[in-house]
Design a protein around this ligand. Structure first.
Ligand SMILES: Nc1ncnc2c1ncn2[C@@H]1O[C@H](COP(=O)(O)OP(=O)(O)OP(=O)(O)O)[C@@H](O)[C@H]1O
Ligand SMILES: [Mg+2]
Length: 453
């Protein structure tokens, strides 16, 4: 919960009321800010963290309802309490319909006013406040509207103990989201266990997930708990669930239905108390239609779904991420301050980031190490990203064509540099083997390549 007092902004053109309200709110322990008109009110909102807005419906020169509309669009997380001297039922109904938190008359007694303000402030805390704290705690950077919305959903979903399916391209931050769900749930003091479903064959996967008993196979000289047991009381993340072999999917479904596991070689089933999260960068609907994923398992797993958008759809996060990774790299490699030239930032802003945040993170690490005179220039960024700067070439016709030609160029070069070894190429690109493999296939670049996982 927040340590500083909540900041309440009230906008009213009557000075007497402003003075009275300041006194009431300050006495109740709030930090009160006031404005006599909406222009000033808006300036305050743009420069200060306001938790609740108290707004006069009949502001001189402004319609309170217009202001309310603006707030819903621009500051959706700040609850707005409307009030008026002459309350009409219609105005109240309309204001609440437009999303006002509550509607009061100016003659309202102080107690009722303060209760309303407190409830509204707590509402802010539950959405934005908790989300800010969580974001800082879990190292999730990004203030774009889509990331804010993601965190607002996340703080609601985390405490429910339900299964969550986390989708999104490789490198978008699904792992962080999963850890945050665990960290914001009642299970936070127990283990968070992660298992990748890509590499497991059915039999290995069964032992890995559910454990085995001594003597169940030649090398089993003792009982071995599986990942489910290790996550007892906590959370299990099944990463890359889309790649799980079909027979193992059937076993997993049974466990999710019964809450019991059956270790290999065991005679009895064992109860487990584990919250299962699943992550994938695959289109599971597509996997279902080509017969490689069970539809009933998908329905089980996606009680809630959180989609982490690709970085190219939230370019406004690039700047903040850049600063974050810059600071991290400077600390990690014990460097002096490093600056990025505006041209360098521009190059990053216009790049489509096929490897998403992970690609940006690795780029910054490389650039920090290689930077000359502690300055990162546009040329450095373009070179590291493998971008061509041929000014004479015609502009690309459309985004998808440009993306495809970039990807073809990029992956061709990547393969060239890594002697056609997909594993090495994947590591260098900061992408998963499966992602690179699928991309190469899609781009028609897969030939007689070394297919080593
Ligand atoms: N919003 C973010 N703020 C800060 N760091 C981030 C953010 N999103 C991702 N990262 C960093 O980018 C890297 C990749 O993130 P993460 O492993 O969570 O991606 P992922 O979606 O699980 O990818 P994959 O599908 O390849 O497993 C990590 O080092 C992570 O810390
Ligand atoms: Mg991951």
């Amino acid at each position: 919960m927040s340590k500083l007092p909540y900041c309440i902004l009230f906008v009213d053109d009557e000075e007497v009321i402003r003075r009275r309200m300041t006194k009431t709110l300050e006495t109740a322990g709030y930090h009160a800010l006031s404005a006599s008109n909406w222009t000033t009110g808006r300036q305050i909102l743009e420069t200060q963290q306001v938790h609740v807005l108290l707004l006069d419906l009949n502001l001189r020169g402004f319609s309170g309802l217009e202001v309310l509309r603006w707030m819903k669009e621009q500051r959706p997380s700040v609850p707005v309490i409307m009030y008026t001297g002459v309350g009409t039922i219609e105005a109240a109904v309309l204001a609440v319909k437009l999303g006002a938190y509550d509607f009061l008359e100016k003659s309202v007694d102080i107690e009722k006013l303060l209760v309303t303000v407190r409830n509204a402030a707590e509402k802010w805390e539950l959405t934005e406040g908790l989300s800010n704290a969580a974001r800082a705690q879990f190292g999730l950077i990004g203030d774009s509207a889509s990331m804010k919305k993601l965190w607002q959903d996340l703080v609601k979903i985390a405490p429910t103990d339900e299964h969550v399916l986390i989708t999104g391209e490789s490198g978008t931050g699904k792992d962080i989201v999963a850890r945050a769900i665990h960290g914001l749930s009642r299970r936070r003091s127990s283990n968070f266990v992660r298992v990748t479903c890509t590499v497991v064959t059915e039999s290995l996967g069964t032992s890995e997930l559910f454990g085995y008993k001594k003597g169940s196979h030649a090398k089993a000289d003792r009982d071995e708990p599986g990942r489910f047991k290790m996550a007892e009381g906590g959370t299990l993340l099944l990463d890359e669930i889309g790649d799980m072999p079909l027979p193992l999917q059937a076993k997993l479904l049974t466990v999710l239905q019964t809450g019991e596991i059956e270790p290999v070689g065991g005679r009895v089933t064992e109860k487990v108390d584990v919250r299962v999260l699943a992550a994938t960068n695959r289109d599971l609907k597509q996997r279902i239609s080509d017969g490689s994923f069970r539809e009933d398992l998908l329905y089980r797993l996606e009680t809630f779904r959180i989609h982490v958008p690709p970085l190219r759809e939230r370019k406004e996060d690039v700047r903040a991420l850049l600063e974050f990774f810059l600071t991290n790299s400077i600390r990690r490699y014990n460097l002096s301050t490093i600056t990025v030239e505006p041209g360098g930032v521009e190059a990053m802003m216009s790049y489509p980031w096929p490897g998403n945040v992970r690609e940006l993170e690795r780029l910054i690490m490389r650039l920090c190490i290689l930077a000359e005179d502690s300055i990162i220039k546009r040329g450095d960024v373009e070179r590291e990203l493998g971008l061509q700067t041929d000014e004479t070439s015609p502009p690309p016709s459309g985004y998808s064509t440009a993306k495809k030609s970039f990807e073809t160029e990029y992956f061709n070069r990547l393969l060239q540099v890594h002697a056609n070894n997909i594993s090495a190429a994947s590591r260098a690109a900061g992408l998963h083997y499966t992602t690179v493999h699928a991309k190469l296939k899609e781009l028609g670049l897969i030939g007689n390549l070394q297919d080593t996982a």
